[in-house]
Design a protein around this ligand. Sequence first.
Ligand code: FMN
Length: 237
Amino acid sequence: MMKITVVYSNARHGSTWNVAQLYLKQLAKNQEIQVTEFTLPKDMPSFCVGCFGCITRGEKNCPHFQHVDPIVSALKASDLIILTSPVYGMDVSGSMKALLDHLCFMWMSHRPESVMFQKTALTIVTTAGAGLGHTTKTMVNSLKFWGVRTIFKGKYAVSALKWEDVDAKRRAKIEKSVDRNARKIEKAVQLKEKERVTLFTRIFFWMMSGMMKKNDYNLTDRNHWENQGWLNGAKPF
Ligand SMILES: Cc1cc2nc3c(=O)[nH]c(=O)nc-3n(C[C@H](O)[C@H](O)[C@H](O)COP(=O)(O)O)c2cc1C
């Protein structure tokens, strides 16, 4: 059974949603899948107000905890995290950025979740023409700094404003790419902790453990690291 959490960053069943469904269909071919879905902005309708509550006093102090908590719980419980966004003005949709802002407390620079270091993730981006790289990077940055071990990137230029207008040749190409990626994703999910940890994660984790040892300004963060044994040489990977 593969547990999957998908975040859609608009409510349209448009190109991005349809590509995500192609992935789910492919992944369901070789194993049972259990999918938890969040649709933005419905499932997280607020902007971060910048109160620092999550960072300095713990995530339960976020004024939007009731929306953030189910999403974080699902991400932690899943084998595969799928973040999706269309390109809006060369970047993610505002609702996706609003969610990512709420999840900064679990960056490696604060309180990363140990389970994240075993996870596999996929980003899916569609665009009419431009902005795939930048938009993908916005979501990959969060995944990377949460500690996610293996990240796949699905980038699709659809040359259309609607999925119905995507021509047959392009759809076939997308389906082929989805099929190829889905097989790689399955393998990564099965391997989990046997997958290679990137040099970036190793170096950044080491830097942050050095910083946390000297941290006397945010004990919420420091205690998290201390309690995991990460200040005494233990690692989450
Ligand atoms: C507000 C808005 C901004 C957009 N900005 C861009 C853009 O900067 N570059 C681009 O090539 N396409 C842009 N598009 C087109 C969409 O990225 C593209 O049609 C995408 O596949 C739509 O995904 P959806 O069908 O899942 O909503 C924009 C669309 C909207 C609605």
